[in-house]
Design a binder for this molecule. Structure first.
Ligand code: AMP
Length: 570
């Protein structure tokens, strides 16, 4: 496919006002793509070169991109910058100023060139990258240059999530629900949508079904539902394992002979940040090949206590790893086994998986087994919960004893009971920003008075509004937030947003913020949980806490279902 043809499709996706339109255009792209290279189209449409765990960083900062545009268009750097300030999008600056060159490279050429730019490193790499980008822009039409620039800036943001792409793949081969489930299953165990698409296009459904768990490919994590009391938990799943809920970050560890890789909950590789877990795995795991999960926590050797979450989370940083590992060493509390010596453990019952897990971990410094008890008695569960809370832990996770590990799924096989659910709404809620309102009164000078926030509807793959939030930040930070949001502003409502409220500025659903609210109420204004004649749900007195969450993507915010459950629990 010529890159300019793809650019035409991308424009259609951008102007789509409904999710179904977006799915249709994506499916057209996939249908017209070369089957052997379908994976690259899938990655590109997600704004990346490769799956999340193998993401190549292109390494072109804004200044470098401005240089390239200047060289490709003949404008001075100052002029490019001026236009950028005016248009707010370097892609548009490139599009408007590039000449209609004769060349129109293929998509595959562009993809390959982007990979080569990412690979340039070492001395002279800045100049090398700028130069290669200039040449690449000259090989496409102006419309193509627009998308190349947005891509290298990390701002392609078509708004197509994984579920949207799976649906588009299904539509592109004209198949229904059953295929969608097969694709989802395969995706859940390999986390690589490009691979799934390629299998489908080259080998059909049979090929997709042959995708297996493999060390090196992270498995999408199983997630927990929540309930509010020990009694409800026992009523729901009966005799169960009750594990301590540690408040750190989740690690999925893959060991293959002497190689160890660690993936985050978002499936990014974080091996380099966690040297002591790598070492601990090599020392303590009695297996050639294994995939297991645990929660990592920073431990204070002096006091024998865990550090608070804020300290632990710093360990995900890329810099000063050695010093950090010495000052705040981590322990990994292991709670599940997903694969061992060539065999997937996903379909084995919890009790068998954990029994084997205990057998393959030698006692040692770093890897520990998550503490647990087994009970069918609500009072006993309550006592254990209280005891955990007293020890400073977050609460417990109850696990169905005979349940398989359901990758990528949130259900009652795991049920969390946290300190904060009991009584008032003290739990925080993550929302994605979909728009903002210009300020009134005192806020006029800031240009922003409140944001419109949404939660995720997993079933329909849409973002539905749940709150207008206008407090919690300093004036300075409101202005800073406006600056960030303006870069994602879009003239129309984004296709996957469902809203009755029209903000002054629509914003692509990219940024996640955490809010605290007093309670959840029914509301005719918000679309979260709204059904034909029934009102939706809204947060009462919401306020922002903290800054944009770098560790969460739009589909990781709280779900409509969770909001409804929290409402019922109040
Ligand atoms: P939440 O993020 O509140 O939905 O809770 C689920 C998370 O708790 C998991 O993704 C893990 O990171 C973490 N966690 C802590 N302890 C455990 C445990 N024993 N079993 C499973 N998950 C745990």
């Amino acid at each position: 496919m010529k890159f300019s043809v793809l650019a035409g499709f991308l424009e259609k996706i951008e102007s789509a006002t409904k999710r179904s339109e977006m799915v249709r255009v994506l499916s057209e792209i996939f249908r017209e793509a070369e089957a052997e290279e379908i994976d690259k189209y899938v990655y590109f449409c997600q704004g990346a070169l490769g799956p999340p765990f193998k993401r190549t960083v292109i390494g072109l900062g804004e200044k470098m991109i401005i240089q390239s545009i200047s060289r490709a268009t003949g404008l001075t750097v100052q002029d490019v910058t001026k236009q950028y300030i005016k248009l707010g999008d370097l892609g548009l600056v490139a599009e408007e100023n590039m000449g209609e060159g004769k060349e129109d490279a293929d998509f595959l050429y562009v993809y390959g060139a982007l990979q080569s730019i990412a690979e340039i490193s070492g001395k002279g790499s800045v100049e090398g990258k700028i130069n290669s980008l200039t040449k690449l822009m000259e090989k496409t039409k102006p419309k193509g240059a627009k998308y190349i620039v947005r891509f290298v800036e990390g701002k392609l943001r078509l708004g197509a999530g994984e579920a949207t792409i799976i649906e588009a793949l299904t539509v592109s081969v004209k198949r229904g629900r059953e295929l969608k489930n097969t694709l989802e299953r395969a995706f859940n165990i390999c986390s690589d949508l490009g691979l799934v698409a390629k299998k489908l296009f080259l080998e059909g459904v049979k090929g997709v079904k042959e995708i297996k768990v493999k060390p090196g490919n992270p498995i999408r994590p199983a997630l927990a539902e929540r309930l509010t009391s020990p009694r409800e938990i026992i009523d729901k799943i009966g005799r169960c394992a009750v594990e301590s809920k540690y408040d750190g970050f989740r690690c999925q560890v893959h060991k293959k002979e002497l190689e160890v890789k660690i993936f985050s909950r978002r499936l990014e590789e974080i091996t380099d940040a966690l040297p002591e877990i790598v070492k601990g795995t090599k020392k303590q795991i009695k297996a050639e090949e294994a995939i297991f999960e645990g929660e990592a926590l920073a431990f204070n050797e002096e006091t024998g206590e865990f550090y608070p979450f804020q300290v632990t989370i710093q360990r995900k940083r890329k810099y000063g790893v050695k010093e950090m590992a010495e000052e705040f060493p981590l322990k990994l509390f292991c709670f599940d086994l997903l694969y061992l010596e060539g065999t997937s453990y996903l379909d084995k019952p919890y009790i068998e998986r954990t029994k084997t897990l205990m057998e393959i971990i030698k006692p040692g410094e770093t890897l520990k087994i998550a503490e647990r008890m087994i009970t069918e008695n609500p009072e006993e569960l309550e006592k254990y919960f209280e005891d955990r809370v007293e020890k400073g832990l977050e609460g417990i996770i109850a696990k169905r004893i005979d349940a398989p590990y359901q990758a990528g799924s949130r259900n009652f096989n795991w049920i969390k009971l946290k300190r904060s659910y009991r009584g008032k709404l003290t739990d925080t809620i993550d929302i994605v920003v979909v728009g903002y309102f210009k300020g009134r009164g005192k806020r006029v000078k800031l240009g922003i008075g409140a944001i419109l926030g949404a939660v995720y509807d997993e079933e329909k793959d849409l973002f539905r509004t749940v709150a207008k939030v206008g407090s919690g930040l300093s004036e300075e930070n409101w202005m800073k937030l406006k600056g960030v949001l303006d870069k994602e502003a879009t003239p129309n409502k984004p296709a996957r947003v469902d809203s009755l409220i029209e903000p002054d500025v629509w914003v692509k659903p990219v940024y996640v913020l955490t809010v605290k609210a007093d309670e959840i109420t029914r509301s005719p204004n918000h679309t979260c949980g709204m059904k034909n004649s029934e009102p939706g749900y809204a947060l009462r007195f919401p306020r922002l806490i903290g800054w944009i969450r770098g560790d969460k993507g739009p589909e990781d915010v709280n779900t409509v279902k969770e909001i409804i459950e929290m409402y019922k629990m109040q």
